[in-house]
Ligand binder design. Sequence first.
Ligand SMILES: C[S@@+](CC[C@H](N)C(=O)[O-])C[C@H]1O[C@@H](n2cnc3c(N)ncnc32)[C@H](O)[C@@H]1O
Length: 270
Amino acid sequence: MALGEVQINYYDNIAQIYDQTRWLTESVAEEVADFILKLVCATPETSFLEPGVGTGLNVLPFVKRGYSVTGIDISEEMLDQFRQKFNETPPNLKLIHADASHLPFSNHSFDVVMTVHMLHTVSDWRVFLDHINRVLKPGGFYLNCQWITPPARKELEDYFRAILAKYEDAKQKSKHINAVIKKIDVEEYFHSRGSKSNYFVAKEWIVKNTVKELLSFFRARAYGLCWQIPDETFKIIMNELEEFCIKHYGSLEEVLSSKAKFEIWAYRAV
Ligand SMILES: C[S@@+](CC[C@H](N)C(=O)[O-])C[C@H]1O[C@@H](n2cnc3c(N)ncnc32)[C@H](O)[C@@H]1O
């Protein structure tokens, strides 16, 4: 089975726990939306596209404020979670169940295209960026965004990886995922076309979770680094991680608190 297929199918499995296991809250998303609307000098007619829209965490504020929003996602379950945020899908929201590797829109269709944590999932990221350039209106914005993992969570991920590294079967697969992720260079793509990014931190906020909660997210295999590990190995790794956490943090009730960031690399259409 190709790596892409495994990743794509997995979002169907975690759609129901996606929002609770991530750290972008609705109120933070509202503030990020304020920032983006200023950045792109939005008018009431400004239109947004988010390929890999998922459960709509990033674009929900735009929909609520009446902007035209289109989302594409390969996971029907993720789109269903987004739909469930409304009594009825509003007329300014269009959700398309499709592979976003080839964007099914005519040229110059959108004022703003944003992607968040999804470039590694398309079949060819350069072709995908060609599509983004094509569907953007002249002078439109491509916003390559990420919500950086809060350091306390990253630390736990690193402990997980360190234990994982002892198990050959699981390690090989996770190495393959990292190799795929590392090759993407959006900056180089736009630079070679004469466009430079502007970097912004749209919002910083504090995220708090108990160690117990974070371990439960791992146990539910909410994150990509857990997906390809065989069940038996995964159980062993999680037991080791829990034992390690009890010693390291003193208690599973310990609250880990650290700062998250919503980062944006903004490009004008070329
Ligand atoms: C990490 S999630 C990010 C979701 C959302 N952008 C966010 O920030 O919460 C990645 C999303 O991309 C979707 N996805 C993966 N491959 C895709 C593809 N080829 N075309 C469209 N969506 C895809 C997944 O189903 C998932 O909803």
